[in-house]
Design a binder for this molecule. Structure first.
Ligand code: AMP
Length: 307
């Protein structure tokens, strides 16, 4: 079943306590597409890039089943650029530079060939653009997921709330859930956010896992304790790609299958942090993924006798 992924395709410059990169390929839609491509195809990408975005990366994604009809290329302009520096804990980071570049001119168009998509992942992007994409969908998808970040809460809260009201599932991290709801308790925050429209909410807590809320149900997925986290960039987008990739592959939107999807998302995120950028996502195989999933099963599997 086909899947639309929208978001940024970008260059990133990343600094962690363990190393530093010059410009490498990044972007919310790039990470999500690499991750989802391990589960489903075709993936119908919506983004904008400049003439500086390498053809080799486009070729690599196309060979994984990613369609580029919805990716606008502005030949004489520069791609979106983001630079960030991680703190020693690797869970928190400072954004050093956000150069919107082509993003300032982005007016996303959903091609006719994308109209059959039943699953939609709106990766981190200006909320008004995420909304424009939803408004162009002629057939109601089975599931619309959106991701966002504090950057947009600071500068576009009204647009953001409107877009959130049009989605089925929102993904944010814990501090964003608190900022969006004005509640410190994540349970109260979840109730307030679901009252804004989405039936499901995922709150990501970095190395402390993720929570899935739906009505009165809550499910917790741990993150795999890793000896070395090299670069956490893109972990959220990779998680999202694995999550929706599994749902699109199975076509099953039960809460039980969403639990599986959140573990798959966590497994994919555990790979991406092992190297800089998208590199790990390009080299892992389905047997690597299966092995990682069995580590998750071992991590949380226990028996308890209730008396
Ligand atoms: P994550 O670590 O999951 O939050 O995602 C990091 C990716 O998001 C990087 O590759 C960036 O290029 C991209 N990114 C950073 N800031 C923004 C933004 N304001 N809008 C869209 N994408 C962004």
């Amino acid at each position: 079943m086909s899947l639309i992924i929208a978001g940024t395709m970008a260059f990133d410059a990343i600094e962690t306590p363990f190393g530093k990169t010059d410009k490498i390929i990044g972007g919310s839609a790039t990470y999500a597409a690499w991750s989802a491509s391990h589960f489903t195809k075709p993936i119908k990408q919506i983004s904008i890039i400049g003439g500086d975005f390498p053809q080799s990366e486009i070729d690599a994604l196309q060979s994984r089943g990613v369609a580029f009809e919805g990716v606008e290329v502005l030949k004489d302009e520069k791609s979106f650029f983001w630079s960030g520096k991680y703190h020693l804990d690797m869970n928190t980071r400072d954004t050093l530079i956000t150069d919107l570049n082509v993003l300032e001119k982005f007016n996303p168009v959903v091609p006719d060939s994308y109209q059959d998509a039943e699953y939609v992942m709106l990766g981190n992007l200006m909320p008004s653009l995420q909304k424009k994409i939803i408004e162009q969908l002629k057939n109601k998808p089975k599931l619309i997921i959106m991701d966002t970040m504090n950057f947009w809460m600071d500068i576009a809260m009204d647009d953001l709330k409107q877009t959130i009201s049009m989605c089925d599932l929102l993904m944010v991290n814990d501090s964003e859930a608190r900022q969006l709801s004005g509640e410190y308790s994540l349970v109260k925050a979840a109730q307030k956010i679901m009252a804004m429209g989405p039936k499901y909410l995922i709150i990501k807590k970095g190395e402390h896992g993720a929570l899935l809320f739906h009505g009165a149900h809550v499910f917790f997925a741990p993150a795999l304790p890793l000896e070395d986290v090299f670069d956490p960039t893109g972990a959220g987008d990779t998680f999202a790609g694995g999550f929706i990739g599994h749902l699109a592959k199975t076509g099953d939107l039960s809460f039980e299958n969403m639990k599986t999807a959140i573990i798959i998302g966590s497994a994919m995120a555990s790979f991406v942090v092992e190297k800089f950028g998208t590199e790990r996502l390009t080299e892992i195989t389905s047997s690597d993924i299966r092995e990682r999933l069995s580590q998750f099963v071992d991590l949380v599997n226990f028996e308890i006798e209730l008396v």
